[in-house]
Design a protein around this ligand. Structure first.
Ligand SMILES: Nc1ncnc2c1ncn2[C@@H]1O[C@H](COP(=O)(O)OP(=O)(O)OP(=O)(O)O)[C@@H](O)[C@H]1O
Length: 704
């Protein structure tokens, strides 16, 4: 049995080990983890896992104190609420006083009353016997009889009076004894308190007396005891064994007679952010049933569905239940660790996100491919930035990037990318995929062959500089498909499938991001082989399942439940078989992205691995010539004059007439533009009072 209560801020040797090999550079190395001294023999039976060693460190004590404060505040709020009910402590004390007084008074009063009644009756009988006897003119025999009756009535009355007196005396004695019995302990405690501690002792003794009275009055007149039957975490109540069972029963996860066994006590986590408990489900109830009932459980605990998380344990009947006190991930974004890293080793796992428990989620990217999905604004680009920026700081990674949306997300990567398309142009994507398939992959395969190994590895990378990572990132594949012709679509799909299937062993990391993760967005065949999945907020459970796999939503991993306010939150599934974990990705602002990429550029410049600047094409020259006029247009003569300075073909021959030169240069220009697939016919416009042929900057830019 163990309770993991290590908060994110706590030293975590596992994390230190993980990042130890990941970062390098001054200031990048994480501080050495505080040494936690093991006290030998403190736990010979090994049965005290509830007190992890870190709790004895300074930070551990601090965390405990925080938990103590949270618990006290919550306890006080609960106590205040209780005071307004008949279970309030004042009400209990009054009931205790009344009950003690009743006990002291006892039941003898009834006997006293009865004997008094008897006395009254006997006296009435005596009076009437005497009245009958005192009458005159009564014959002697009758007189004697009446006298006897009167004397008997008198004797009865005297006896009744004596009985009454005795009953009253007895009642008094018993009351006095009970009164003494009730007051003696109070007096003794008070006396001892005052004698030993003075006034504070007296106060403490009074408190003890009141507590004893409250204890006597804890049952209401109807006989009810205070219970947490309706207690809910959302109302500030603490999680209890009873509460967990009640909630699982009302959520119909277990039957009314079933009981969930708690494998650990219900504990408030060390950071005071959540209640946590490990539990065992009764026989015949699979964990998936509990995972699918999260909304009902949330209802029972009085919290929102985002606050309840259940994680399957090592066994089918084990679960870890966590109920957070606030909706998680609505605070400040998590600062990414790359800001402090001078360079990165992509062979080590890349920290991507932080889980609800504050654990760092890192992904080992070798032999991995990934799909990032979620509605617009879910945080896909921000999440995908984590592997991209990490790769940028590893000079052995080459970038092939394509953005089908034609946005600006990838523009900062342009200076370090081997090939990039930020226009959503299927022709350019085709060129990228063709290059990766026909040039990059054969070279990588050759490298593996040369070393007679099966695949790339870190040790091979140390021996041969040709062992490099290839990052192929495609944002919004669906937009490319929508713009491509049917032949292009087929070719694009074929190439992407081949690269994804064959590239894994050669460190080709294919990452796709999509707003609408259906088969149009990423072809099913390709989607199925993308091993790492990140599902941000989705419109429907079906969309969530498209990213994470069929049946995940009903099993509790439903990205539709992610709130809009939970920025950058998504289920991260790091392998085909692993369980998705709700995480919030590290977030890098635009400025931070720029800072990291500037560092990446310098790193690559020093290592001599910057991509060769692409040769300007004929359209670039036309645009340059047009820009240099400052008029927004450029004449044919000006274009030819500029081209003559950069390209020999446009130099006028010594014996070439102006007309012949214009015709030859004109057709050369037309041919060159046709090779680029660009068609920008010359137009006429007025210049210095004449009409001349040329191009406007606007038309040239449109063609680009
Ligand atoms: N991890 C995060 N932490 C905090 N805020 C985030 C996080 N991720 C994203 N955001 C916020 O959400 C906004 C949208 O993120 P992002 O551009 O990554 O979404 P997207 O899913 O890629 O959107 P689109 O599909 O339109 O490109 C960001 O500008 C940022 O403000």
């Amino acid at each position: 049995m163990s309770v993991e209560t290590t908060p994110s801020s706590m030293p975590d040797p596992e994390w230190e080990r993980l990042v130890g090999s990941f970062f390098s550079g001054p200031g990048a190395a994480p501080e050495a983890a505080p040494v936690v001294k093991q006290t030998a023999g403190a736990d010979p039976m090994g049965d005290t896992p509830l007190t992890p060693a870190w709790t004895k460190t300074r930070a551990g004590w601090k965390a405990r104190a925080h938990v103590g404060r949270v618990n006290s505040a919550r306890g006080f709020r609960r106590w205040l609420r209780r005071q307004a009910t008949e279970h309030g402590h004042a009400a209990q004390t009054w009931r205790g006083i009344a009950r003690t007084a009743l006990w002291v008074q006892g039941v003898e009063g009834v006997q006293v009353l009865a004997s008094r009644h008897e006395v009254q009756q006997a006296q009435r009988d005596y009076k009437s016997a005497k009245w009958a006897h005192d009458k005159r003119l009564i014959p002697g025999t009758e007189k004697d009889k009446r006298r006897k009756d009167m004397e008997a009535a008198f004797a009865e009355s005297s006896k009744a009076l004596a009985g009454y007196k005795k009953a009253r005396a007895e009642a008094r004695t018993k009351r006095a004894l009970r009164g003494a019995a009730a007051l003696a302990p109070v007096a003794a405690v008070e006396g001892a308190g005052i004698h030993l501690l003075g006034a504070p002792g007296g106060l403490m003794a009074t408190g003890a007396t009141l507590a004893a009275l409250a204890l006597l009055g804890r049952r209401t007149t109807a006989g009810e005891l205070y219970t947490d039957r309706d207690a809910k975490i959302g109302d500030g109540d603490r999680m209890t064994d009873d509460m967990v069972n009640r909630v699982y029963r009302s959520a119909k996860v277990i039957g009314t007679d079933d009981v969930v066994k708690l494998l650990s006590p219900c504990t408030l986590t060390a950071d005071g952010a959540a209640w946590e408990v490990r539990l065992e489900l009764p026989d015949g109830i699979p964990a998936s049933k509990a995972l699918g009932a999260t909304p009902q459980l949330a209802n029972g605990f009085g919290v929102s569905v985002q606050q309840v998380s259940q994680t399957k344990g090592e066994r089918e009947d084990w679960l870890t239940l966590r109920v957070t006190l606030k909706v998680p991930f609505t605070g400040k974004p998590h600062k990414g660790p790359l800001l402090a890293a001078e360079k990165v080793n992509l062979w080590a796992p890349v920290p991507m996100a932080v889980s609800e428990r504050g654990d760092v989620m890192a992904v080992d990217w070798f032999e991995k491919t990934a799909l990032f999905g979620g509605e617009p604004g879910a945080g896909k680009s921000a999440a995908a930035n984590n592997p991209l920026l990490a790769a940028s700081l590893d000079v052995t990674a080459d970038f092939y990037l394509a953005d089908g949306k034609g946005g600006f997300d990838l523009t900062p990567f342009e200076p370090i990318a081997q090939m990039i398309d930020t226009d959503g142009d299927p022709k350019k994507l085709l060129a990228i995929l063709t290059h990766v398939w026909e040039v990059v992959l054969p070279e990588l395969k050759q490298t593996v062959k040369d070393h007679s190994v099966r695949k790339f590895s870190e040790s091979l990378a140390a021996k041969d500089k040709r062992v490099r990572f290839t990052i192929l990132y495609i944002d919004e594949w669906a937009s490319y498909m929508a713009a491509a012709s049917p032949e292009q679509q087929k070719e694009l799909e074929r190439l992407l499938r081949l690269i994804t299937q064959q590239g894994r062993a050669y460190a080709v990391i294919v990452i796709a991001a999509t707003q609408k993760p259906d088969s149009n967005a990423v072809p099913t065949g390709i989607r199925d082989i993308l091993s790492t999945r990140w599902a941000g907020r989705c419109m429907t459970p079906e969309a969530s399942d498209t990213i994470l796999g069929k049946g995940r939503a009903t099993a509790g991993y439903n990205a539709q439940r992610i709130l809009k306010s939970q920025r950058g939150v998504g289920y991260l599934q790091t392998g085909e078989t692993s369980e998705p974990v709700l995480t919030q990705s590290y977030f890098y602002t635009d400025d931070e992205v720029e800072t990291i990429l500037r560092r990446a550029y310098e790193l690559r410049q020093r290592a001599g691995v910057l991509p060769a600047a692409a040769e300007p094409d004929i359209l670039d020259h036309l645009l340059k010539a047009a820009a240099s006029t400052g008029r927004g247009n450029v004449t044919r003569a000006e274009v030819f004059a500029h081209l003559a300075t950069v390209d020999g073909e446009f130099v006028q021959g010594a014996d070439e007439s102006d007309v012949r030169y214009a015709s030859r240069a004109g057709s050369a220009l037309k041919d060159r533009l046709a090779v680029l697939g660009v068609d920008v016919p010359a137009v006429q416009f007025p210049l210095d009072g004449k009409r001349v042929w040329g191009w406007t900057v606007e038309a040239l830019q449109r063609a680009r």
